[in-house]
Design a binder for this molecule. Structure first.
Ligand code: BV8
Length: 248
């Protein structure tokens, strides 16, 4: 039986009085939905697949079929997954807060499926596909044999609408995320190893602007020493307990 999570009254008061609450999430919040994280040594995606071989423009240029199939494999796993209590807790918190912004590095869309509305997707969404030349999203595509599907309008290869390493983030999403980090009173940092930039720079920007930074992660990260509150537990346990405390 895991020990009940306790929350300092000051944190509860800060969350209740906050004008803007923001959350930054990573793969860890989807771990309890059966979606592998990236860095977990054993079964993390990067443990089995080299990111440089699969999540970069060069990798796609070198072997588009392998990259396309890897994302198709992940897309199926995401489609079969369900949001978990961690996702639902953030959706409920959005409903309680006067203003709320959910900044995610995840491409799985599970926040939106849990009912979160103001979701800022920093790294795209694996359910979307776009033309690798025009960048326009394509609603329907069919996979014929060994081919990578092609853009119906220009014939270029289609690719997942995610941000690969060495690719710029969508400017509007990054601007919204940086604005939320600067204006928030409390930033919840949930399930991220805080190693991939520019996302990993948001907590220090929030802290520098006077926000209270709360980390929820069973393992320590480069952020753990500077966070104002640290909950070393699973998102699907800590966040529902926090909402329960806020309901009191
Ligand atoms: C760019 C989409 C300009 C695709 C992803 C500054 C310094 C150093 C390097 C750089 C820098 N600026 C830029 C770089 C380069 C690079 C970078 O940051 N490299 C890192 C590796 C050092 N950044 C970029 O390339 C970015 N673009 O900067 O463009 C440019 C142009 C040319 C040359 C240079 C720069 C683009 C970054 C985005 C890449 N796309 N994803 C896909 O999904 O396939 S990144 C991908 O990896 C995820 O989106 C996420 O961002 C990252 C994984 O991190 P996490 O989500 O945190 O997951 P992880 O597995 O690491 O950790 C999980 C955590 O959860 C753990 O801490 C674990 O303890 C915890 N956990 C586990 N279970 C639970 C849990 N927590 C709670 N509950 C649980 N149950």
């Amino acid at each position: 039986m895991t020990a009940p999570v306790s929350f300092k009254p000051e944190l509860i008061a800060a969350l209740r009085d906050a004008r803007l609450i923001a959350a930054l999430t990573g793969a860890g919040i989807s771990a309890e939905s059966g979606i592998a994280t990236f860095r977990d040594a054993q079964d993390g995606l990067w443990a089995r697949f080299d990111p440089r071989e699969l999540a970069t423009p060069e990798a796609f240029a070198r072997n588009p079929k392998r990259v396309w199939d890897w994302y198709a494999w992940r897309r199926e796993r995401v489609a079969a997954a369900r949001p978990n209590p961690g996702h639902y807790a953030l959706a409920e918190l959005e409903g309680r807060a006067s203003e709320f912004a959910l900044i995610t590095q995840n491409v799985d869309g599970l926040h939106q499926r849990a009912g979160s509305r103001n979701v800022i997707e920093l790294h795209g969404n694996i359910a979307r596909v776009k033309c690798s030349r025009e960048g326009t999203c394509v609603e329907r595509w069919e996979t014929r044999g060994e081919e990578v599907p092609r853009c119906p309008s220009c014939g270029a290869l289609l690719r997942p609408d995610v941000v690969w390493f060495e690719e710029l983030l969508p400017a509007d999403a990054l601007a919204k995320a940086e604005d939320a980090a600067r204006r928030c009173d409390v930033l919840l940092v949930v399930g991220t190893s805080a190693e991939v930039y520019p996302a990993a720079a948001l907590p220090s920007a929030a802290s520098a602007a006077g926000a209270i930074v709360v980390e929820v992660n069973p393992n320590s990260t480069p952020l753990s020493h500077s966070a104002d509150y640290l909950f070393s537990g699973a998102a699907g346990v800590v966040l529902p307990a926090l909402l329960e405390r806020l309901r009191v």
